[in-house]
Structure formats: C-alpha cells, structure tokens
Design a protein around this ligand. Structure first.
Ligand SMILES: [Cu+2]
Length: 232
C-alpha cells in the first residue's frame, strides 16, 4: 500500500492575520505529518474531500440580505482554566481597520481597495460612521491588480460613472480618475462637518457603477467611529 501522500485534510488554511497565534502548546502536539504508522490506511482520501461545488451565483439584488452575523461569543466564562490563548480581542471584526483618538477627535481608517470592493464591501454594504467634526485620516491602499482610487462624494443622487469633485475638501486620493496601481497608498486627511451622509467611491470611470462604494455617515450623537455592515 503506497498511500504515502501527505494528505493534510484538516490543516488550517494560511489565512492567519498579522496577530497570528503563537500557540504555546506546540510542544505537546505531535503534528509530525509523515508518520508511517497510521492505523487507518484505507479510505483516507475519500473522506478528505470537502469540496463543495455548489457555487451558486449570488444574485445580490438591491435588497441586500443582511444576515445577522453570529455573535462571537462574548461570554467571559473562561471554561479553559489555564489556557494561555492570547486572544486578540482588540481587533474584532471590521473594527480592526478603525482607530480613534478622542482627544483630537481623530478617526483613522484603513480603506482597502479590492476587486471592485472597499474592505470587502460593495454597493454601500458597509458604513463608516464618524463623530461630528471629526478629523478623518483615511489610509488608502490598493490591494487589487486593477487601478483604483477613492473620493468622498455626496450621499444623495445616483452613483456617478466617475468623480473628480469631492464633496468634502481634500477628501480624495491621487489619480482619482486614473486610479492608483496595486500596492500604492495615499492618505486623505479632512475634517468632516457637523452632519451629513456621504459615499466613499472609487473615482475610476465605471467602478462606482460596478458597486465600488461604501457609505460614510456623520453622526452627531456618536462618541466614537464605527465601521461595519450597513444596517438596514
Ligand atoms: Cu476602482
């Protein structure tokens, strides 16, 4: 039986973030995957095929179904007594892109351009809420092969094909029409007014109409910024 293929069926995909867990209990886990003395020489490949080919085309119409995200178990009852898990609770969900300095009312947001998305969202699917009068710093980076840009436009009216005139002064990236190439960065710094609803749009022609925009709302009642899926 020459079943010596090192099939790693249940191996974690390498999607660890920068705060990758340095598991301290590594010494106890015998993860030597080339152990030839396996007791199950049969049907090891068959059950290791979780490939689901059911990629149904998501017809996401205007009624974007906002399925309530499963709450990440905020129970403080630590059942694991002596677990040394360095839980990165500081950067949960979409808040990892956001920081706030209350003393200067400075909102810092990482705006990540993807394939016709911002931070994985499109068509207004996400909203950046900032306090009134905040000083907004948006660190733009293009993580896509297609050139992209960003510009703050009005929240009213139809999505334009392209945009060069920001609704807030200085609230746009360089090369807003042409787009910045992959891995290029730019910083937008601008104060926001006391209220208003805006969109952060990719200014490259056609990109906004393809869905590359999210909301930015100024909330006079907000004491801190938030970012996440747009509430219906
Ligand atoms: Cu774009």
């Amino acid at each position: 039986m020459s079943c010596s293929s090192p099939e790693k069926s249940d191996q974690l995909p390498p999607m660890e973030t920068a705060a990758s867990v340095a598991s301290p209990q590594r010494a106890a886990t015998p993860t030597s995957d080339t152990s030839p003395s396996d007791a199950t020489p049969e049907t090891s490949v068959l059950q290791a095929a979780p490939v689901k080919a059911s990629t149904a085309p998501k017809e996401r119409t205007s009624a974007s179904r906002t399925s309530p995200a499963p709450k990440p178990t905020a129970s403080p009852s630590a059942a694991d007594s002596a677990s040394a898990t360095p839980a990165p609770a500081a950067a949960t969900g979409q808040e990892k892109w956001l920081s706030y300095e209350a003393a200067t009312k400075t909102v810092t947001f990482e705006l990540i351009a993807g394939p016709f998305t911002f931070n994985g969202f499109r068509d207004g699917g996400a909203t950046l809420v900032v306090p009134a009068g905040a000083n907004v710093v948006i660190n733009f980076v293009n993580k896509d092969g297609t050139p992209h840009s960003a510009i703050v436009i009005s929240g009213e009216g139809p999505i334009p094909n392209s945009a060069t005139d920001p609704a807030i002064q200085r609230a746009y990236t360089n090369k807003v029409l042409e787009g910045l190439p992959q891995e290029a960065t730019d910083v937008m710094r601008f104060p926001v007014p006391a209220s208003g609803t805006y969109r952060i749009l990719c200014g490259v022609p056609g990109h906004g109409l393809s869905g590359m925009w999210i909301w930015m709302k100024i909330d006079p009642a907000a004491t801190a910024p938030t970012f996440g899926a747009t509430k219906a």
